[in-house]
Design a protein around this ligand. Structure first.
Ligand code: PEP
Ligand code: MG
Length: 847
């Protein structure tokens, strides 16, 4: 090798302005990931060879040429930024791979107008891609250049020359047949893209006469590679080993045994099932509101989010685009950490798409044409989705769903929340939705709503509570498959067993209808006895109250034999409004409920907003973790103006002694004293001489542990097992993935309940349980065994629970509770409780 071969001068391939690579609006070039060199902002329309050499490759979309100089330096000329997406439009290749070219020879011609309209930028990097063997010196920047002007020198680094004529200087291509059963669908595409992103050189994959950047999972899917198709890998720069690694990766991909996401189905064809199917047309979920329903599916779909085409400036829209992607990526990453099975696959696909090379490039390009980020993202997604759809492959159609889902996630992050369309319900409607907000549920026609099936959600979320209050059976955490249920399909929702049967056959449907009828008959006989005082089989009096949220529910509760209201969730009166209700409006509601209860006690809980009960017109400061932020009494003490209005409304209810005030989310006695001070002021203002009974909710581990000190400050305690479980187990009550594990029968929760009951007894204070556990037949004997004598439950369950209580003895409940306290897991407690209640083997029944 002669000395001159080690130094090579590169000449300008274009007329234009020569700039530093840092000025390239693409970090891959700007940060020299692909190699060192310069960039030219062209005024001419023809790309010329910067030196003598051999053409290694011409991109399928003709926007880039790679050439190997005689000294082995590999030079990439990349016309414009994100020009790959033009798909060759505006480009004409004047050379073919393998051609020998001399310096100054035209290589490509391009239409400056087309590029100016369609590309992010015209700036054209010229780089040395085998930087491990060559370095760049004496680069000229910031000057006008003409074709052929010297731009920089390429110097061979020690030891590189010997390799010049070796294997690494060859163009690298590798073809093989894809053995994957489902071709290059989402998962293989994601794995390939992840690998390609870690490589310094670009890798192209071509098939069916088309080529895709291997860093873009979406572009790979769009190739439509099927089982048995041949693909060709091409790499610029030093890449033979890389291509072989990539081939091995593809050959080694194991097909997952389950579909990564639900397969779209029609009514005739049963939908795909989640990871724990009960049978081919059954999905398993978590019980949020007990009962059985037979009806027809009505799906609630998020409304199309409107986007404005025009942007508010390229800088603004670009920044917004990045912000929204960051937000969605952070959320998905968090979700991925605690997901498994199909849910995890879907989230992983979304994470892949959010950073997809081509999707992002395409959106950025549209933004640079003065369009809004939302418009740009939608266009990028829809273009890819259309191409995928056109492949007619079921697996690719699944990805269309993922893309559209991700489209809305980013649009939501850009624009705030999208309204969901509330459908008109037919009779016996079973609502199927991803998730529901309390405000959406309360706006549905309850008389037509037979059941609720949610893909997400948690069993003690407020939607679950509302559903139970409405007497509507509900299953949550059914997984994404449920969203594939066709509108109008017959469903059997068994929220006693936790299963949803889709399009059951005639026999199964008839059996379900028969069970429904039998249950109704049993309920009728229970209701007939519901107004009689409730005692255990050995004569212990147990009071059964109801949890309420409205006047209508109070009427239902009384009709079902409730002995009072143990928890009025006043925040539900604040929903579906634009502003907080005035003192008079609140009074009217509380008074209405007091009337409906016909002098029975009414425990009114002060406003418990925050956490999973946000109220749009009462914005709280931004919180990283709302469940651990301003909630319950903390919010009231933060907004004492709201609390004062509420206390005034409560104290004005007649007769005064019917109402008791209950404080949510207490963690220490100081909070109680602060509210009591305000209550005393309000009493004086209203001239009320008699004392008002005040209670504390025990729903944080802190309050359970110091229940004795809290009991000294109040007249009664009420245990909120929903939050107590959430905070004890450190599991979000609305968390779909954890829904199966967030169980108030966990021994840790039961021990905290036991401590609370003991503390209340020690101070001679009444203690009730008003959380969801009190409405669970399996939990009631244990609560009685722990010493609880007042339950506040879902109104429609009062008759059933009373009839259950009449069958047990306190002694049997005590020994059951003692055993439960010593168990290790919630499942063990549940198994014990269920067995105890089995008539044949049960230990609960009276002799
Ligand atoms: C509870 O936490 O158990 C409770 C009754 O309060 P809410 O469900 O309204 O938070
Ligand atoms: Mg609570």
């Amino acid at each position: 090798m002669s000395g001159s071969a080690t130094l090579l001068k590169l000449h300008s391939p274009l007329r234009g302005w020569c700039a530093s690579l840092e000025e390239t609006p693409d970090e891959v070039f700007a940060q020299r990931f692909l190699g060192d060199g310069v960039a030219i902002d062209p005024t001419g329309d023809t790309l010329h060879a910067p030196c003598d050499g051999e053409i290694v490759s011409v991109a399928a979309s003709k926007h880039a040429v790679a050439l190997r100089a005689d000294n082995g330096a590999e030079i990439l000329l990349h016309v414009g930024i994100d020009t790959v997406a033009l798909g060759g439009n505006g480009f004409e290749a004047l050379v073919q791979p393998g051609a020998r070219v001399s310096r100054g020879q035209p290589l490509l011609k391009f239409d400056l107008d087309v590029l100016a309209r369609g590309a992010k930028s015209l700036i054209t990097p010229m780089l040395v891609t085998n930087g491990d063997r060559f370095s760049v010196a004496n680069a000229c920047v910031a000057l006008a250049v003409d074709v052929g002007d010297a731009l920089f020198e390429v110097i061979a680094t020690a030891g590189s020359v010997a390799a010049v004529s070796g294997e690494t200087s060859q163009e690298h291509t590798l073809s093989f047949v894809v053995p994957l059963e489902h071709g290059i669908h989402a998962r293989p595409a994601a794995l390939i893209a992840n690998f390609a992103k870690t490589q310094p050189q670009e890798i192209a994959i071509s098939a069916h006469g088309r080529s895709a950047n291997a860093r873009s999972a979406v572009s790979l899917m769009v190739l439509g590679v099927k089982h048995g198709d041949e693909i060709t890998l091409t790499a610029r720069g030093a890449g033979a080993a890389v291509l072989d690694q990539l081939k091995q990766l593809v050959l080694g991909i194991k097909e997952a045994p389950h579909a990564a996401a639900p397969i779209k189905t029609t009514a005739e064809e049963p939908p795909a099932v989640v990871s724990t199917p009960a049978s081919s047309n059954k999905l398993r979920g978590v019980i949020a509101s007990r009962g059985l329903a037979v009806g027809r599916a009505v799906t609630l779909r998020a409304a199309e989010i409107a986007v404005v085409e025009a942007g508010k400036g390229i800088a603004h829209e670009s920044a917004e685009f990045e912000r929204a992607r960051d937000e969605v990526r952070a959320r998905l990453t968090q979700l991925a950490q605690h997901s498994q099975g199909p849910a995890k696959d879907v989230i992983t696909a979304h994470l892949e798409f959010i950073d997809d090379w081509e999707l992002v490039a395409s959106a950025r390009r549209t933004i640079s044409r003065a369009k809004s980020a939302a418009f740009a993202w939608r266009r990028a997604v829809r273009d890819s989705a259309d191409t995928l759809r056109a492949l007619g492959e079921p697996r690719m159609s699944e990805r269309v769903d993922d893309l559209i889902d991700l489209e809305s996630q980013v649009l939501l992050a850009l624009s705030g929340e999208a309204p969901a369309t509330i459908p008109q319900l037919p009779d016996r409607a079973i609502l199927v939705a991803e998730d529901l907000k309390p405000s959406q549920l309360v706006s549905l026609d309850a008389t037509r709503l037979a059941g609720i099936c949610l893909a997400g959600g948690g069993p003690t979320s407020h939607v679950a509570i509302l559903a139970a209050a409405m007497g509507v059976p509900a299953l949550v955490a059914l997984g994404q498959s449920v969203l594939s249920v066709a509108d109008d399909a017959w469903l059997v929702l068994d929220a006693e067993q936790g299963t949803l049967t889709i399009s059951p056959d005639q026999v199964a449907l008839a059996a379900a209808e028969q069970t429904l009828t039998q249950r109704k008959q049993r309920q009728q006989s229970e209701r007939a006895a519901a107004h009689v005082d409730c005692r255990t089989a050995d004569g212990e009096r147990i009071e059964v109250f109801a949890n309420l949220g409205s006047i209508a529910e109070a009427q239902v509760a009384v009709a079902h034999g409730a002995e009072g209201c143990g928890l009025l969730r006043t925040e539900f009166l604040f929903l579906e409004r634009d502003a907080p209700p005035s003192e008079d409006e609140q009074l009217q509601q509380y008074q209405g409920i007091a009337h409906a209860l016909e002098k029975r006690p009414l425990v009114i809980r002060t406003l418990d907003i925050g956490g999973d009960k946000p109220i749009p017109y009462l914005p709280l400061p931004p919180e990283e973790n709302p469940a651990l932020g301003l909630r319950g009494v903390r919010t009231s003490l933060w907004r004492p103006d709201l609390l004062r209005v509420q206390l005034r409304a409560i104290l004005r209810v007649q007769p005064v002694e019917q109402c008791r005030v209950l404080l949510p989310m207490i963690t220490d006695p100081a909070e109680i004293r602060a509210v009591r001070r305000m209550l005393d002021e309000v009493r004086r203002e209203l001239g009320i001489a008699s004392a008002v009974q005040v209670g504390a909710m025990i729903e944080t581990p802190a309050s359970a542990v110091i229940a004795a000190r809290i009991a000294r400050e109040v007249d009664f305690l009420s245990i909120g097992t929903n939050d107590l479980t959430q905070y004890t187990l450190a599991m979000d009550r609305g968390h779909a993935e954890l829904a199966h594990r967030i169980d108030g029968l966990h021994p840790a929760v039961l021990n905290l309940i036991a401590m609370t009951v003991d503390a209340a007894n020690e101070h001679d204070k009444l203690v009730a349980v008003c959380g969801g556990l009190a409405s669970e037949p399996a939990a009631v004997p244990i609560l009685i065994g722990l010493g609880v004598r007042e339950l506040s439950v879902v109104p429609t369950l009062v008759p059933q629970l009373k009839s259950l209580i009449r069958t047990v003895t306190v002694d049997a409940c005590r020994s059951l509770a003692q055993r439960a306290l010593g168990m290790d897991t919630a499942e063990a407690v549940r198994a014990l409780a269920n067995e105890a209640m089995t008539p044949a083997r049960g230990v609960l029944a009276a002799e």
